[in-house]
Design a protein around this ligand. Structure first.
Ligand code: AMP
Length: 211
């Protein structure tokens, strides 16, 4: 069966980490709207110019822009056996739009208590070249501040600074948390305890999706 999967959960619960591992395991694309936007900002495209300042504040890029990007990406050939959406949908309007584009089979909700999330995000470091993510305490790079995979110096994302993290969490609670009920009512929401080692969380998700 086609694996069309949505990762849900607050920023910093490990959606990106798990999405990457699942994408490798099932050989389907990992579609991170945050990564797509960050690439656009780096390249200075029209989209990037629009998104930059919104992202720096921890707010959401308008639905119609995100919907257009995702619809186009899902129409690509590599999505025909499935895909993992990470960071989209983030509003009810986006979820309703997604329903018009494709049928989602699984919504994986990674749950982590909010007090742990702030600590996770502010200690997160990202490779600006290959997108690999580290955590200074739970998943540090082998060499201080250097990406294990490509050797690039790691950075702290501007929106992982504490004041922006707090705003992103508030935006999540205001706009995204209601998606839990949206998908629960459709019977496709699977809740996973995200406060465990990366591999254990992965195993639980794979069990739910059915290897
Ligand atoms: P992420 O890497 O998923 O945390 O996304 C980083 C930032 O990109 C978010 O804080 C938003 O500003 C923006 N963004 C990513 N995905 C979406 C989306 N589906 N809708 C609106 N804004 C988004």
């Amino acid at each position: 069966m086609k694996k069309s999967i949505v990762m849900l959960g607050a920023p910093g619960v490990g959606k990106g980490t798990q999405a990457k591992l699942l994408a490798e395991k099932f050989n389907i694309p990992h579609i991170s709207t945050g990564d797509m936007l960050r690439t656009a900002v780096k390249e200075g495209t029209e989209l990037g110019l629009k998104a930059k300042e919104i992202m720096e504040r921890g707010e959401l890029v308008p639905d119609h822009i995100m919907n257009g990007i995702v619809k186009e990406r899902l129409s690509k050939d590599d999505c025909k056996n499935g895909y993992i959406l990470d960071g989209y949908p983030r509003t009810i309007a986006q979820a309703e739009f997604l329903d018009t584009v494709d049928k989602i089979n699984y919504v994986i909700y990674i749950d982590v208590p909010e007090e742990l999330i702030i600590k996770r995000l502010v200690l997160r470091r990202t490779c600006p070249n290959c997108g690999a993510m580290y955590h200074l305490e739970y998943n540090p790079p082998k060499n201080d501040n250097i990406c294990d995979k490509c050797g690039t110096p790691l950075i702290q994302r501007d929106d992982d600074k504490e004041d922006v993290v707090k705003r992103r969490l508030a935006v999540y609670n205001e706009k995204t948390a209601s998606l839990l009920d949206y998908y629960r009512n459709r019977g496709i929401l699977k809740k996973i305890d995200g406060n465990r080692p990366i591999n254990e969380v992965l195993q639980s998700i794979v069990q739910v999706i059915g290897g």
